[in-house]
Design a protein around this ligand. Structure first.
Ligand code: IMP
Length: 430
């Protein structure tokens, strides 16, 4: 039994794509279990860049099976474009290497419309969503009016549901939000032709995973976003609408927790966040700009500049606990070269108290001030280094301090975007 979950430990964009891509080389099956095309992985393979939003990056490897679980919300137009785009670049995509759960919910134009209109109505208090309709789609799922992949395979069922849903949505658009309404016939006209495209890929993902486990295959569960964007455990309401924590892999793909062997937490060597919400270690000075420019901290999905700051061990300790992390994968350590003194936030100060964990109340999180520990930085370029002991002493100390603060051992250290720029010390599949 070899099921490994990979999750982001901060606010997303930790560089999961590269680590997932590396682990995929050893996996037989790669599974997405939550989120939708709000995620975006940029991958460089043999000098070619690929940006994927929905399909697991395992698709770039021949012979791997990629699964989209029931917990994912799917924009069929985006999936269709992604499939066509990959085919045009010479990749083979068929039911033998891509399957999607019939229970996954569909993102429809009214979800995107609602996302956009609500965000602009909130003005400066906006969440800064990716505008992909993710939140409204999950809302409909929980309200039990969602439309699932299996529904679009039946024209009548799909049309009836769209018509029914639009009654309420259009009332909201017209009378409360005072924006244009949507036409159910237009939606059916543009979406129903996609039924034929998706039909061959629809499968029982839970069954496929069960079969793979029985056949002793290695399965990688690819989390999207990050732990502190989790709808339950994140900095609510500045969060996404799904559960990026590791526990959600079981519900979002359809397997039991006793099947999980390891949980890898991806940790960027500093912290970033896109969109609104509290960020105690945010840097709005030259160091913040240095991290953004050197780290290429611009969103793969929206192109937005990311907010940057020091490493936050409070955030990371919470992640270790919430996910049950067994391994850490550190990314972008190379970006820190050239910073004279590095700071790690080890606790927060809040109203005269020292806090070791993020409080539940947003007001309290916003009032938290980081307590820093300073560590000497290093100036050497880390390019070409392939062993931890060859790293500068200061870089080794920084990594050691991370392990101490999180109480989780490091398994992988990434020193650049290419597959080769990696130190692997402890393979989670072994
Ligand atoms: P939504 O997921 O589009 O609803 O956006 C909710 C919040 O999650 C916003 O702050 C987004 O910027 C953030 N978010 C969503 N997906 C990602 C991601 O893949 N990386 C980083 N932040 C994300």
């Amino acid at each position: 039994m070899s099921c490994v979950i990979v999750v982001g430990s901060q606010w997303g964009d930790e560089g999961k794509g590269k680590v997932v891509d590396l682990l995929t080389q050893q996996a037989d099956v790669v599974v997405r279990f939550q989120g939708g095309n709000n995620a975006g992985h940029t991958l460089v393979v043999n000098g070619n860049q690929f940006i994927l939003h929905l399909i697991p990056s395992g698709i770039l490897h021949p012979g791997k099976r990629c699964l989209i679980g029931n917990g994912v919300v799917v924009d069929l137009e985006v999936l269709h474009k992604e499939v066509i785009g990959l085919r045009e670049r010479g990749l083979t995509l068929g039911p033998e290497n891509l399957a999607i759960s019939g229970k996954a919910h569909l993102i429809l134009p009214y979800h995107k419309h609602l996302d956009a209109v609500r965000e602009s109505a909130k003005g400066s208090g906006s969440i800064g969503t990716t505008g992909r309709g993710i939140g409204p789609c999950y809302e409909d799922k929980v309200a039990r009016v969602g439309i699932r992949v299996s529904d679009i395979l039946d024209e009548q069922v799909f049309s009836d549901k769209v018509r029914e849903n639009l009654k309420e949505k259009n009332f909201l658009f017209e009378h409360y939000l005072k924006v244009a309404t949507l036409d159910p016939q237009e939606i059916c006209k543009s979406f129903l032709p996609l039924a034929d495209f998706i039909r061959p890929y629809v499968a029982d993902v839970s069954l496929l995973i069960d079969e793979a486990i029985k056949n002793k295959k290695r399965i990688l569960f690819e989390g999207a976003q990050g732990t502190h964007l989790d709808i339950d455990h994140g900095t609510y309401p500045y969060v996404t609408s799904s559960n990026p924590v590791a526990g959600s892999a079981c519900a979002g793909a359809g397997l039991g927790p006793n099947k999980i062997k390891a949980v890898v937490g991806i940790v960027k060597a500093y912290t970033t966040r896109v969109g609104g919400g509290p960020f105690p270690t945010e840097l709005s000075d030259e160091t913040g700009l240095f991290l953004r420019e050197k780290g290429g901290e611009y969103g793969a999905t929206t192109g937005r500049p990311r907010r940057c700051g020091w490493l936050d061990a409070v955030v990371l300790r919470d992640s270790a606990r919430l996910n049950g992390l067994s391994h850490l994968a550190i990314t972008k350590l190379d970006v820190l070269s050239g910073i004279k003194t590095l700071r790690i936030c080890t606790a927060y100060s809040y109203e005269g108290q020292t806090l070791q964990t993020l409080p539940a109340s947003l007001k309290a999180v916003e009032g938290c001030r980081p307590i820093y520990e300073d560590l000497p930085g290093w100036s050497q370029d880390l390019k070409g280094i392939r062993k931890r002991q060859d790293l500068p002493l200061e870089a080794r100390n920084y990594l050691k301090r991370m392990e101490e603060l999180m109480q989780v051992p490091i398994g992988i250290i990434s020193l650049g975007p290419d597959r080769e720029e990696t130190i692997t010390e402890n393979n989670p599949f072994n």
